[in-house]
Write a protein that binds this ligand. Structure first.
Ligand SMILES: [Zn+2]
Length: 390
């Protein structure tokens, strides 16, 4: 669960919280100086904030620990200290500190909100999603306009795979901010459809995919999901029609949809539709190794084995690490009893000349994967996938 913590979101939230804290704390510090009160405790507190600003968390922690030792009503110092512990991975200490704030009788409503939010983040980081959910629900119940709270709660539901709630919260966030993001909503509906499909509930799955596509007709993962669903119900024609709609500007998803078309068409007499789709993808994405691979299969089906080998060799230079392409080449050489040394030389050359390692990369965090993903497995951001090019 700890790896599941979305770094980008976490960093964003941390910065946000830090910003709020610094703003509040500095105002507080100025007020205090003006009042000439608690002068003895100020140095540690201000030093701690200085270290926070200059990104020296260890020193900040030392100073803030001193500050809370001397001055028990310094809520901001406790909040900052707890957040530092969380960022350092000492989640239990963070939880203790933030909980202790909530037990104070004289805490302000704003202080309570900040403590609840921090505690929610602590629980989330610790993988205690149920407790994170309860804490954040308490926060948004008290403060229904708390965007950070809703956002974090939405992420908790995503982690729990509770897509219905994640969708409702996203709707709410978009109403609050007035910023419409249909692609994000379509992504969540698509995940809901995927989940229903995995549970064997095809009618619900199809309805969820269709909702996603009403929100964003060009959302390829939604098209692919709808196609998968129709394929499972035996409606191959309708499935192919959905996948054809996914052969657009995005090379990763276009290749993905094309491979599904191959799986559905291969072995049948009707390859014309697959052929048209393959040429379309190659025209739009001339370097798509998946389309090349499909083209090789089509050549093979027609008995044009030499052409098939040529296309596979081309695909190999685009994606030397692809076992699919390598295996197809070995099979082609074996089937015709060709000289393996030639193939060995080809593989050598391809791996020397090519720079590619992984086919997909997250544009937000740089995470690389051999599988396509609508939501980055690392930063948990939506629709940041791109096909890596040499
Ligand atoms: Zn990412």
């Amino acid at each position: 669960m700890l790896q599941g913590w979305p770094l980008t979101f976490g960093a964003g939230v941390a910065l946000l919280v830090l910003g709020i804290l610094l703003g509040r704390a500095l105002t507080l510090a100025v007020d205090r100086r003006r009042n000439q009160r608690a002068a003895g405790e100020q140095p540690h507190y201000l030093l701690g904030l200085n270290y926070l600003i200059s990104n020296q968390p260890d020193l900040a922690m030392v100073e803030l620990s001193q500050a809370v030792r001397g001055e028990t009503d310094a809520i901001e110092a406790y909040l900052a200290l707890g957040n530092l512990f969380r960022e350092k991975g000492q989640v239990e200490r963070a939880i203790d500190i933030h909980k202790s704030l909530l037990h104070r009788a004289q805490i302000t409503e704003l202080g309570r909100m900040q403590a609840l939010f921090s505690l929610g983040l602590d629980f989330k980081k610790a993988g205690l999603v149920d407790r994170a959910e309860r804490t954040l629900l308490e926060l948004v119940r008290r403060d229904p306009d708390n965007l950070s709270g809703w956002h974090c709660l939405g992420k908790v539901y995503e982690e729990m795979g509770r897509w219905q709630e994640a969708i409702e919260i996203q709707e709410r966030i978009q109403t609050l901010t007035g910023a419409r993001d249909n692609r994000l909503l379509a992504s969540l509906w698509t995940e809901r459809g995927r989940q229903a499909l995995a549970d064997g509930d095809q009618p619900s799955a199809l309805s969820h995919f269709r909702t996603a596509l009403r929100l964003d007709p060009a959302y390829e993962p939604g098209r692919i999901g709808a196609g998968d669903c129709l394929m499972e119900t035996g409606d191959i024609d309708a499935a192919l029609a959905q996948w054809e709609e996914a052969l657009g500007d995005d090379a990763a998803w276009a290749g993905n949809a094309l491979l599904r078309m191959l799986a559905a068409c291969e072995g049948t007499d009707d390859l014309a539709r697959l052929e048209t789709a393959c040429l379309l993808v190659l025209e739009r994405h001339p370097r798509s190794w998946r389309a090349m691979w499909v083209q090789a299969r089509l050549h093979h089906e027609r008995g044009e084995d030499e052409k098939a080998r040529e296309v596979l060799a081309k695909a190999l230079f685009e994606r030397p690490g692809s076992l699919t392409v390598q295996r197809a080449l070995w099979q082609a050489y074996a089937a015709e009893d060709l000289d393996y040394r030639e193939l060995g030389g080809l593989l050598d050359r391809a791996s020397r000349e090519a720079k590619l390692v992984d086919p997909y990369v997250c544009l937000r965090c740089g995470f690389k994967s051999t599988q396509a993903f609508p939501r980055c497995p690392h930063c948990h951001d939506w629709n940041t996938l791109a096909e890596e090019q040499a």
